[in-house]
Design a binder for this molecule. Structure first.
Ligand code: GCB
Length: 620
């Protein structure tokens, strides 16, 4: 399948004499580009990919930087040019050809391009990636190419054919390639990270728009009928019942599936319906529940006739009662910190277990039992590593600031990102909050959009809490509340507040009081202010460590007085790259609100938060 997209192509078409052949060709191309509009050619997401038979396609990929989108040229319209997706080598010197991957530079996958090559630091546009790989035919197997994430718009070509498209920079997708693989293959991906007003996120955000194939790429091999997806979690109201379902792919009639948890001596059996689906309900007697102090995970094995997969799964309940958050029926305080998915030391996109361990170890050392993974779904290693380390998670989609609330395609895109996030992480015991938006200005269309997302979240997962980072409002002099109709629909009164930074100086914290008319847990999803590491001065001078330290002291004093305060995730663990932060010598393209610098040095405020969290009694 081939595309016509660039403006050039369209002009070319208009100029071409319209003979019958070209009319037919244009119709064909028009239909094919219509068929391949948004997220097409994809198969439903396969979960737990890293516990399956995979061939890694990570490593160095050849790349062509293509700001003018030249690589789209269709050889049938331009016999003298070929699209880059055809991956032709420049061998025949009698024929005009203006590209050759083999002669180009490489980029590492996974990874962002911005921090790999200085000339790509600010680049927003298209880069074509090419990987060649060998493959040996296997009988009775299906193959999928799995992408952990590509930011933002991806078009995937295998051996010259367009096989799938995906939009959204932070969620996985896979494409079935059964019957399409050869002994030697060319995989070409057009990656475009241009910001667009109708996208999610939209054109304006406070983080770096890292482009590239930012997460793992794997060739997944599975039996013809395989276990594609499953939910194995505790029932919402009964902590002695494992409830969920199993979804086979490729099944034509009912199949028997075993679920085994050897440590609990559980061996249950279910039979799937014609669509390969089977609900599961397994009573359990004695369970060690997952909790931060003891993040217990059990090996769970699911086996169908031809397939078998193991996962490490924890069991817990999470609910709210009045202003409390209850984990396994016990009141908890979420001692959290917000984190961007940026590596600890060179501030590129984080993607590996090692990256996750470094960031999350800092959070643990600060006394945290909770992390807000802002502002988009982080890579799966981050969530799984947090689970093993006993860190609860707030996970969110990039519905951030302004969004085209009235555009149905934008809604569809946000909902896709939400469902892909829930699909991937619904078996993680540590994920206790799904959040649908961050700081979105009030309006009717916004309320409609977000209500639908909240409904969708609850429909997919009724066991976790649903949230959104809202904003505070001053309703009298120094009297604050949250006056957002969304707070009726979510489980927490969660909001970002910057008293002492965007709103007055830290002295204001002493004067402010908070009132909330709803009996729901209050959660401060952001607070803080900037400091450059080792910039010392008076505690009234912005960007000094002393100011930030004082701001944390005063903010904590203020927050402690809030009735029903159940958690905080100050902004933010580490200084992170942002193209909005220009102050030379201080910011230099970094948001400096980190408690740790971009080089890993701890600022004074780190210890203020640490002291509060360490002192806080776990309420039993
Ligand atoms: C916010 C945003 C966050 C920004 C932060 C800031 O409210 O949610 O993405 O980075 O403020 O530093 O201004």
């Amino acid at each position: 399948m081939v595309f016509v997209k660039s403006q050039d192509e369209l002009i070319f078409i208009k100029k071409t004499t319209m003979n019958c052949k070209s009319i037919l060709l244009i119709c064909f191309l028009g239909i094919s580009s219509f068929l391949f509009s948004q997220n097409s050619g994809l198969s439903p997401q396969i979960i737990n990919v890293n516990n399956r038979a995979i061939i890694s396609l990570d490593g160095y990929w050849k790349t062509i930087v293509d700001p003018f989108e030249n690589g789209y040229y269709d050889y049938r319209l331009h016999p003298s040019k070929t699209g880059y997706f055809l991956d032709k080598e420049y061998k025949d010197k009698t024929r005009l050809q203006e590209y050759d991957f083999s002669l180009e530079k490489s980029l590492h996958v996974p990874g962002d391009w911005n921090t790999q090559r200085p000339e790509l630091y600010y680049y927003e546009g298209t880069i074509w990636y090419r990987k060649r790989f060998d493959w040996t035919k296997e009988d009775d197997k299906r193959q999928f190419i799995y992408f952990g994430a590509i930011n933002y718009d991806a078009k995937v070509y295998l051996n010259g054919e367009l096989i799938g498209e995906h939009q959204g920079g932070f969620t996985p997708f896979n494409i079935e390639v059964t019957g399409r693989l050869k002994n030697t293959n060319s995989l070409v991906v057009k990656v475009d990270n241009k910001r667009k007003p109708e996208a999610v996120p939209t054109v304006n955000a406070d983080w770096w728009n890292f482009g590239g194939i930012t997460r793992q790429v794997s060739l997944v091999s599975v039996p013809t009928v395989f276990i594609r997806d499953y939910l194995v979690q505790l029932d919402k109201t009964n902590n002695k019942l494992i409830k969920g379902w199993i979804q086979l792919d490729g099944a034509t009639s009912g199949e028997t599936v075993q679920i085994q948890i050897p440590e609990l001596k559980i061996s249950a059996q279910v039979t799937t319906d014609k669509s390969g689906f089977a609900p599961i309900e397994i009573p359990v007697k004695k369970l060690t529940y997952w909790e931060p102090q003891n993040p217990k995970l059990y090996d769970v094995t699911i086996a169908s006739t031809a397939d078998r997969i193991t996962d490490q799964i924890g069991f817990r309940t999470i609910e709210t009662r009045s202003t409390d958050i209850l984990l396994n029926g016990k009141k908890i305080f979420c001692k959290g910190i917000s984190i961007h998915e940026e590596t600890a030391f060179n501030s590129g996109r984080a993607y590996s277990i090692e990256h996750a361990v470094t960031l999350l170890t800092w959070a643990k050392e600060m006394g945290c039992n909770f992390v807000r993974l802002a502002h988009y779904p982080h890579n799966e290693f981050m969530v799984r590593t947090a689970e093993r380390m006993g860190l609860m998670v707030w996970s969110e989609i990039p519905v951030y600031w302004t969004i085209k609330w009235e555009n149905p395609e934008t809604y569809k895109n946000a909902e896709n990102q939400l469902t892909d996030m829930i699909t991937r992480d619904k078996n993680r015991a540590n994920v206790i909050i799904w959040s649908v938006a961050n700081e979105t200005p009030l309006s009717e269309p916004r309320l409609k959009f977000l209500s639908k997302l909240i409904m969708k979240t609850r429909e997919m997962d009724n066991t976790r809490l649903v949230s959104a980072a809202m904003e505070k409002e001053e309703i009298g002099k120094n009297v604050m509340t949250v006056n957002d109709p969304l707070s009726d629909l979510v489980d927490l009164i969660s909001f970002n507040q910057y008293i002492g930074w965007y709103d007055g100086s830290w002295e204001k914290c002493e004067k402010v009081s908070w009132i909330f008319d709803k009996k729901k847990p209050v959660f401060i999803s952001e607070f803080g202010g900037g400091a450059q590491y080792n910039n010392h001065g008076k505690d009234t001078e912005l960007f000094t460590e002393e100011y930030q330290e004082k701001l944390y002291v005063k903010s904590i004093e203020m927050l402690k007085k809030i009735e029903g305060l159940s958690g905080t995730t100050p902004w933010i663990l580490k200084d992170f790259r942002s193209p909005r932060r220009h102050l030379p010598g201080i910011q230099d393209d970094f948001n400096r609100k980190g408690l740790v610098s971009d080089k890993g040095e701890r600022k004074k405020a780190f210890y203020v938060l640490q002291k509060w969290y360490m002192e806080m009694q776990e309420v039993k």
